[in-house]
Design a protein around this ligand. Structure first.
Ligand code: SAM
Length: 405
């Protein structure tokens, strides 16, 4: 059932290892918070779904549609075979989670409704902003505190602004090299930039020319969450998508460190996509697929967000994990590392398509020297020690997603 000490450790780290099983429950808010010194990620803003009571919960699928999905027998195709293969693992993980009663009892507290957050405010669409002709003229202003320019090591949290830096916001690497959070302004919006992090806001079309030639830019962990086309109107209204063949040209080998890198790729459950990745994409990227993580999505009451066997709306997504070595890697540079195995990550989802942070879960498997250099492609948020690249990497950095800590 999980001891109270395990739960108190979870409340400080955001990670709870299930005892009878190799799965893990995570609180993304706690994991994200380790990147910030003077701000906190607002849990009310993060958990915008799956915390409402049954009456409040908006019904996404009509009763008629659900009935049809549940009664028509699923075709025994490759997708169904994959599902049947992983099904017992997911059932077991969910059972272990439900047995952790101490953990279940704290789930409703993960969303702290007494927080003073302003998440419903209108946010700037960075994708739209990047598409206007004036985009190259837009600047972002980073506001450093008095001791951020020359950070002291005594842990004092700075209080007053003295220095600022104005940088082009698009097609430009913008970095916070200090050991503190930095506030940044773009037009009328304010963003929170974690310590030792940087972002590149651009159309990924420019990726090849934006990676500096012969730079030692190798990354040890490369997370990719592509805007796959899936035909859903909902997705189309959230962000632009790209055809599969586009992803073949992503220079993963160029981004990978010569010591080796884990490449972690989020995929949907569509069979066409899974076979494209396994047969074409990983081969083109030079990635050897070694393990799969299943992200099982639950509500605050511990139940799955949808029926496990609902064909078009599975309550889980897959993260394919593989290794890749940089272009110039020699066998002596390749490091040895702990081998990845299949696993289950359980969490309560945040906003549409927002994935749980992976660094803490993967760090013991990441090859190469420490601290690991990490990059996320198609990112919508930032983290300490990471480079975030995409057409809206500041999306969840909007100050309305934070409370002053
Ligand atoms: N991992 C993110 C998260 O957890 O919030 C979600 C990423 S979402 C699946 C895909 C992202 O790719 C969206 O932010 C979308 O705007 C962005 N995107 C779409 N087309 C792009 C392009 N041509 N260049 C750069 N980013 C693009």
């Amino acid at each position: 059932r999980g001891s109270e000490s395990e739960v108190s450790e979870f409340l400080s780290t955001g990670i709870y290892r299930l005892s009878n099983f190799s799965g893990v429950f995570v609180d993304p808010v706690r994991l994200l918070n380790s990147s910030y010194s003077s701000h906190q990620v607002s849990s009310t803003a993060y958990y915008s779904r799956f915390f409402q009571s049954k009456q409040e919960q908006p019904r996404t699928t009509s009763r008629k549609k659900r009935k049809r999905a549940a009664t028509s027998p699923p075709p025994l195709n490759q997708a169904e075979l994959r599902h049947q293969e992983v099904r017992p693992v997911l059932v077991k993980a969910h059972e272990s989670f439900l047995e952790a009663t101490h953990l279940l009892s704290v789930l409703p507290t993960l969303r702290n409704t007494s927080e003073n957050s302003n998440v419903s405010g209108v946010k700037q669409s960075l994708v739209q902003l990047g598409a206007v002709w004036q985009a190259p003229l837009f600047d972002i202003t980073l506001k450093f505190h008095s001791n951020q320019a020359h950070p002291f090591d005594n842990g004092d949290v700075p209080t007053s602004f003295v220095d600022s830096k104005v940088l082009p916001i698009f097609n430009n690497l913008v970095a916070n090299d200090t050991s503190y959070d930095v506030e940044a302004e773009l037009l009328d919006s304010k963003y929170i930039i974690p310590r030792h992090s940087c972002f590149l806001m651009s159309d990924m079309v420019h990726i090849n020319k934006l990676i500096p030639e012969n730079s030692d830019c190798g990354f040890h962990l490369i997370v990719v969450d592509p805007p796959w086309e899936n035909g859903s109107a909902r997705q189309k209204s959230m962000y632009p998508t790209l055809p599969n063949k586009y992803f073949l040209s992503l220079p993963i080998k160029k981004l990978a460190h010569t010591e080796g890198a884990i490449v972690a790729l989020w995929v949907t459950n569509r069979e066409k996509l899974r076979s494209f990745v396994e047969r074409e994409l990983f081969a083109k990227w030079g990635v050897k697929h070694v393990a799969t993580y299943y992200w099982l999505k639950v509500k605050a009451d511990g139940s799955l967000i949808s029926e496990l066997d609902l064909f078009h709306h599975r309550p889980y997504e897959c993260l394919l994990l593989g290794y890749c070595f940089g272009e110039a890697a020699t066998s002596s540079q390749k490091t040895t590392f702990k081998t990845l195995r299949d696993d289950v990550i359980i969490s309560i989802p945040g906003d549409y398509s927002r994935k749980p942070p992976l660094e803490e879960l993967l760090k013991e498997y990441v090859p190469g020297s420490k601290p690991a250099k990490c990059i996320e492609l198609f990112a919508r948020e930032m983290a300490a020690g990471w480079t975030s690249w995409g057409n809206e990497p500041l999306h969840f950095q909007d100050s309305s997603y934070f409370i002053k800590g």
